[in-house]
Design a protein around this ligand. Structure first.
Ligand code: SF4
Length: 178
């Protein structure tokens, strides 16, 4: 068994959908060894080998596995989070047990481009994020040099849809969106 236990340590509002929650669970063991095997058997994962993260997409939700913790996004409530964590624990352990029969997949999947981010920003070059243009902000966001929350207009009422898509894009690429 690779993963013995997990414990929910934080519950936060979900940026992608304010009516849902984001859950962080600390885990008892390092699990990154199983990531290339999960990447091989599950469709549509985003594997970031240097950062040791694997994002799994399931039923419109995003689960990001890190070496020492798991993040769940777009979750309804604590009960659903517990069910998903149990499912993930079983999946991790079963895949790890079968790893000798699985060809590991180290490919990254979809890669995030600054231009894709730029298209989802307000595009007003208002400088509230501290950058001269939205494009500079997009380049820094893709390089993880700035937080999405620095773009204050993106969190206003009129940009809800763009914010949702951008958050999903970042999650799917294995980025941490708080
Ligand atoms: S705060 Fe947002 S809208 Fe304003 S310049 Fe920065 S990225 Fe563009």
């Amino acid at each position: 068994m690779l993963l013995s236990s997990y414990k929910i340590t934080r519950t936060l509002p979900c940026l992608a959908d304010p009516e849902k929650i984001r859950v962080i669970a600390e885990i008892s063991d390092e699990i990154h060894e199983v990531f290339p095997f999960l990447n091989a058997i599950l469709k549509g994962c985003i594997y970031n080998h240097p950062a040791l993260t694997l994002t799994i997409k399931k039923d419109g939700k995003l689960f990001t596995l890190h070496t020492h913790h798991i993040t769940l996004a777009k979750i309804e409530n604590g009960k659903e989070a517990e069910e998903i964590l149990k499912w993930l624990k079983d999946l991790i352990n079963e895949t790890y047990e079968k790893r000798d029969k699985i060809e590991p997949n180290y490919s990254k999947g979809a890669e995030l481009k600054a231009l894709d981010i730029f298209k989802l920003l307000p595009g007003t070059n208002c400088k509230k994020c501290g950058e001269l243009t939205c494009l500079t902000f997009a380049v820094k966001l893709v390089g993880q040099e700035i937080e999405i929350t620095k773009c204050i207009p993106l969190f206003s009422e009129g940009y809800q849809e763009k914010r949702k898509v951008l958050s999903e894009l970042l999650h799917a690429a294995g980025y941490n969106v708080a």
